[in-house]
Design a protein around this ligand. Sequence first.
Ligand SMILES: C[S@@+](CC[C@H](N)C(=O)[O-])C[C@H]1O[C@@H](n2cnc3c(N)ncnc32)[C@H](O)[C@@H]1O
Length: 436
Amino acid sequence: LSNQKVDIVAQQQPLLQNACPSNSILHNGECQLSTYDTSSTITLGYQSNISHITQTLEDSRETASRIKDFPWNFSPECFSTEATEEPYCVFSDQNFASGRGIFIITTKTLAYAMLEKDAFTRPETLSRMNHFENPPFYKHDFPGKGRGLVANKTLQRGDQLFASTPILITDPDLYDLPNSERLALMHRGIETLPVASQRVFWELMGHTDDDPIDDRINTNNFEIAIDGVSQSALFPEIAMLNHDCRPNAAYFFDEETLTHYIHAIKPIYPGEEITITYTNNEEERSERMRRLEKNWGFKCACSTCTAHPHLVEESDARLKHIAALQKVLDDWTPASSATPAVAELLISLMQQERLEASLSIGYKHAAEVYSSFGMKWEAVKYAKLSVELSMLDKGWTDRDVWEMKKMGENPEMSWSWQKRVGLVAKSAGCGCGGRH
Ligand SMILES: C[S@@+](CC[C@H](N)C(=O)[O-])C[C@H]1O[C@@H](n2cnc3c(N)ncnc32)[C@H](O)[C@@H]1O
């Protein structure tokens, strides 16, 4: 779907010309931020809560330009405390992703590790990313939800909706710094972004009265992992997607290209809202609702959250059952009661619950349990089903995908092959008698 491109930036311009955010000014038809002055004081109306940055933006650009082969466009501003092993700094590259730009607030060690990724070392790997023209959806205002994205054509499972690079990455450990210093780094980061990226940033929605930059980042960011370290990343176009506990799209982050992918995971018809999940949908309704309200400030009104109490009770019971069955299937001790019938029940419950993305795990359990009873073709069938869905929900470089690909090719070579033969074949409901 590389030619189905999305131009959210273009759609946003008319809006901006009518009303610039209060902390920016209209200049040459564009909203431009006035977040610093020449005496290097941040002037966002929150300045009493924000620490001073040592250099003006222009001085910092000038300093960076004088250092030979310096990978950043501004000399990094840093803060540290006794609690931090290394200072936290803001590193900014305005040329990243063909001029979309990025800033990263983390330690020097982690920032320079990110510089080793293909996204920086082989910019050509980003040629398929950030194409926002002719999207298969349009933006729509939903009462009580704000903006969301609605399909304008039929989408099939596997259709790509976004492949975007972040405009900012922040380290969750930044909270080790005093708030005023953490905010100072984030404000400086926003100032360093190219104007077009600042503009899409200010278009984002917040949900609290807190600092406007902090609020927008917290409302819209995604948790990602780079080299096993958790980070937060912001993909402003993707942030237009609203939550549903039974979403029709899934996402994953590719570490090498620093790209967030969104794909349809079931057919989506014209006029239908495209949704992702913000939370763990295998949790019961009350817990999902609590998390969504706490972290994003809304009362979930999706169909599973607003169903009749009798239906909610049944759904919660299924979710409990799903959790219990996964425990059984994860048990590889000789006492395990895992059988193919248990995996078939797990899959059936996930389908009843419309947990499309979770099914990749259900299929993986099934592939492994069939393999463990030496039932080759059933193992192959479920391994292939798992690969298809996992690639959309976890990404093509994920370990589970790799394992299931191998299983799909040759179950006899997998670690689980015939592991349970003779162990529980006698147990009721095995569904595998006489096959091995
Ligand atoms: C990442 S933004 C999503 C885009 C947002 N609707 C907008 O207009 O920019 C997250 C915010 O959207 C709103 N939101 C997302 N999903 C929602 C839902 N299912 N019900 C109500 N509000 C929702 C909440 O205010 C949440 O804090």
